[in-house]
Design a protein. Structure first.
Length: 150
């Protein structure tokens, strides 16, 4: 099959993260873990069907989002966000945008009721040849449009 003109070869993933409808910019991240969803399975059996069973998707379960990158100037943006939300955390809408090498959006996820859960930075060691990395973990209520409308 020939490659089409819009095929992206060597996609370089960059993730941009904002909160509170873009008011809080947490910068770019090199790795995002936890964009997963799992459904409980509801099983139903009728009384006259023998061993016949019916399965329905049940409640959704989302994992904690774990963002990782090399420590950089944007680390101070995260520190400010955490300082402002340490004891008075307000659940915000989170937005994760996957960008290609040209910084164009490939996909995005909107996280509902996002709150900070954990932040860490690697130990500083001037004798090591590794880069200091920071990790931010965000808890959220989901990224699918499956909420019950009241």
């Amino acid at each position: 099959m020939p490659i089409s003109s819009d095929t992206m070869i060597g996609l370089v993933n960059r993730f941009q993260v904002t909160l509170d409808d873009g008011k809080i910019d947490l910068g770019s991240w090199s790795k995002v873990d936890g964009l997963n969803v799992k459904w409980d399975v509801a099983e139903y059996r009728t009384g006259d069907q023998g061993n016949e069973r019916y399965f329905f998707p049940g409640a959704t379960q989302y994992e904690v989002i774990k963002l990782t990158r090399a420590a950089c100037a944007d680390t101070m943006k995260v520190k400010e966000y955490l300082s402002n939300n340490s004891f008075k955390a307000k659940a915000m809408t989170g937005h994760i945008k996957l960008c290609d090498a040209a910084n164009k959006e490939v996909a995005h996820w909107d996280l509902t009721r996002t709150v900070p859960m954990r932040w860490a930075i690697t130990a500083f060691d001037s004798s090591a040849s590794s880069v200091a990395t920071e990790t931010l973990e965000l808890h959220h209520a989901g990224f699918l449009d499956d909420q019950v409308q009241h």
